[in-house]
Design a protein around this ligand. Structure first.
Ligand code: SF4
Ligand code: SF4
Length: 99
């Protein structure tokens, strides 16, 4: 028996925005930019931007790199929201489902 992954291509090859039911949203006013969400996302659906690209009420936090969700690849699993220590990722209903 040959062991092999069931998926025939990586997650980055699949756009998931057409079937996502829940959609995470980062509340940047509470985000401390610890990047735990980025680390645990199973679909590598985050990009990392420089601190100046996003606002933060805390100047020390504002200098840090920040995670941005790439909705083309997010499947809405909620792992990021579950792992976020500040609980600043809210899972809402996806309103633009393509059926
Ligand atoms: S885990 Fe939460 S606090 Fe940390 S970077 Fe992600 S959204 Fe921000
Ligand atoms: S909901 Fe899941 S797939 Fe989407 S960004 Fe969070 S951990 Fe990644």
């Amino acid at each position: 028996m040959i062991l092999a992954p069931l998926a025939d291509r990586s997650s980055r090859a699949n756009h998931t925005d057409s079937w996502r039911i829940l959609k995470p949203e980062i509340k940047y006013d509470k985000c401390i930019r610890c990047m735990i969400c980025w680390k645990f996302c199973p679909d590598n659906a985050f990009t990392v931007v420089s601190g100046e690209e996003l606002e933060s009420p805390n100047p020390r936090v504002a200098a840090l790199e920040a995670p941005v969700i790439d909705y083309d690849y997010c499947k809405g699993c909620g792992i990021c929201a579950n792992e976020c220590p500040e609980k600043c990722i809210e899972m809402g209903i996806e309103t633009k489902m393509v059926i």
